[in-house]
Ligand binder design. Sequence first.
Ligand code: GLU
Length: 311
Amino acid sequence: MVKMSDTISQDMPVIGRFAPSPTGPMHFGTLIAALGSYLLARQAGGTWRVRIEDLDPPRVVPGAADEMLFLLEALGLTWDGPVVYQGQRFGRYREVLDLLRSKNLLFDCNCSRREVLASAPHTGEDGPVYPGTCRAGMKGQRAEAAVRLRIVNRTVSFVDGIFGTRMQNLETELGDFVLHRADGEFAYQLAVVVDDMDAGITQVVRGADLLASTPRQIYLYDCLEALVPHYYHLPLALSASGGKLSKRDGPALIVTRDNGVQLMWQVLCFLGQNPPDELRRSRPRDLLEWALAYFSCGAIPAENRCFSPKP
Ligand code: GLU
């Protein structure tokens, strides 16, 4: 069944957000999401919120969240309302899991990775497709169980503001997916939907690495009878080797107070804009003023590309 989910009306005031994971210093890729989400929200006269996605304690780097917030402020990317920390919302995620369970949408699964791999009919975009092994009771060998969301013949379709129409059959391309991991952590897919829903987010602007997660998130909105936000996935900056650009690609791509304006200028170029040369060395406020006036969503290329700084 292909279903268009109920999306938030275009006339609603825009509430955007930036949701970095504090797993290291802020780098060029993070700045693309920060600046892109800020500009699209502010150009629409909307609100822009910040959420720190410290969901996975072992990956959190102490001090990284504070450093990111400090840099956002130094670069003039000021947010509205309090910063939300996922680490403080576990009780709420538990509550939503209970709600989904009461609707008979969840089941426990103790299949190991190896068992899922062995039983998968094929490998989808996001790994081996889970064939519903434990739907009628656990069959795996492990003591710890994950919690999965049941998916029955469901194709999700949505229109991304940059990448256009996307479609995915969740059952055949993915399978019942995990909302609570066997190691006790809540899954990103659950947390992001609950957080965006609770914050009234109407516009999700983020990196295109999350395009593949969006159908799952839309399905969750449907399960929770909530309206789906509008999505804009920004092209990924790739390294010369073709992988997602990261802090490992060199110190010049790590954002600091000193190189912040330069890098924001490069982000604008990467996103298909034409900022005047003299703004490379301006104050953040001047560059943002230009960007708010001239940033064009239509000029953003819908393809991930190798990043080479404009000389
Ligand atoms: N925390 C994710 C990241 O830093 C972004 C999640 C999202 O925007 O939905 O890549």
